[in-house]
Design a protein around this ligand. Sequence first.
Ligand SMILES: [Zn+2]
Length: 419
Amino acid sequence: MTFIYKNMVPIHSLYKALSYAKENSPFYAEKLNGFDLSEDAVKNGILTQLPFTTKDDLAQRNKDFLATSIKNIAEYVTTSGTSGSPVTVYLTKNDLKRLALNEKVSLSCTGANEDDIFQLLTTIDRQFMAGLAYYLGVQEIGAGMVRIGPGVPALQWKSIFENNVTVLIAVPSFIITLLAYAKKNNIDYKKSSVKKIVCIGEALREDDFSLNVLGKRIQEDWDVELYSTYASTEMGAAFTECSAQQGGHLNPDLLFLEVIKEDGTYAVNGEIGEVVATTLGVEGTPLVRYKTGDLARYYSETCSCGNKSPRLGPIIGRKNQMIKYKGTTIFPNSIYEVFDQQPSITCYKVEVSKDYLGNDAITVLLEKKIENSPEMNQIIADCQAKIKVVPHFVFLEEDYLRSQVFKKNNRKPEKIVFK
Ligand SMILES: [Zn+2]
């Protein structure tokens, strides 16, 4: 494998990260044993010969990833593992500083500054990293933060108006719920102080960077700037859009990025591959060539904002979320698109299960009011046209369906479940 990203390698910090992992983490002491990790070797692309780290490794040997004394751990965050049981990511005080810096750079990328007042619409407890990261980042910028957390649309609006909130940090699906609530209750949301929404956890754009149906639906209703961001707990770093909105920028001080195609070679400008990350400057749980399972396009051309760092396009899907249906592959995003574009639908959930032949079967849970509505014919036609499948439909009471999507223990809306 030729090391095509050679020019972009921060040699010294990569060298430091690799040797730190090998010397301090029992997992990497074993995994990287026998590899020459000298600065020269790093310069010559040794990274490409190192083994990948998988989600399974992290789940099965979780404690062996800890690269410092447990006494130095300041935060225990968890992320969902491959088998459903959570995996712990250990952070030292310095890792928290790294996280704060990451979010400062990330949020500043959207043009936010110390004059802004943020409202956090995602959870900060239950060991999730995201809420904490945004909180730290906002403090680092020197801006104000209102932590409302997920749900409670009435309280969200009350706080927005009372505190003159200018930036929301939220999952886009929840913004749809928030707008539906405002309309129903005659809240004059267009007069609010909100200027921007930093959208987390779900794709907001199409491949060509235009807004996807979810993004359009928000924007058509509400004239606010929408910014997309992609991050993962394991990376402890985010890719956030700048005002050019041409993909999320890498922070090259915090992460070394590889995007690897299905055939094992590197993605070049505009190509799709799996996001593989090596953390830089991490003390608690450093990762080397960590396969995130997320698929995205890689962009290496200088952004029109002038930033030369590589960018990632919208996350197209997860490797393990490709649905095989009658010989074709469907990504969840194309299913979401059909339902996101129906103005009458404010909540839905996709269930994928295996039928008796081992093929994937798709069921979509919808609100009861849709069942006998005229839109149903349009939905079926859209399914045929866009995903070439008409799923099985199940209709549920709106509140119950919502509770199945916006679950208390989840950071992201559970729009799809694989059974
Ligand atoms: Zn840019």
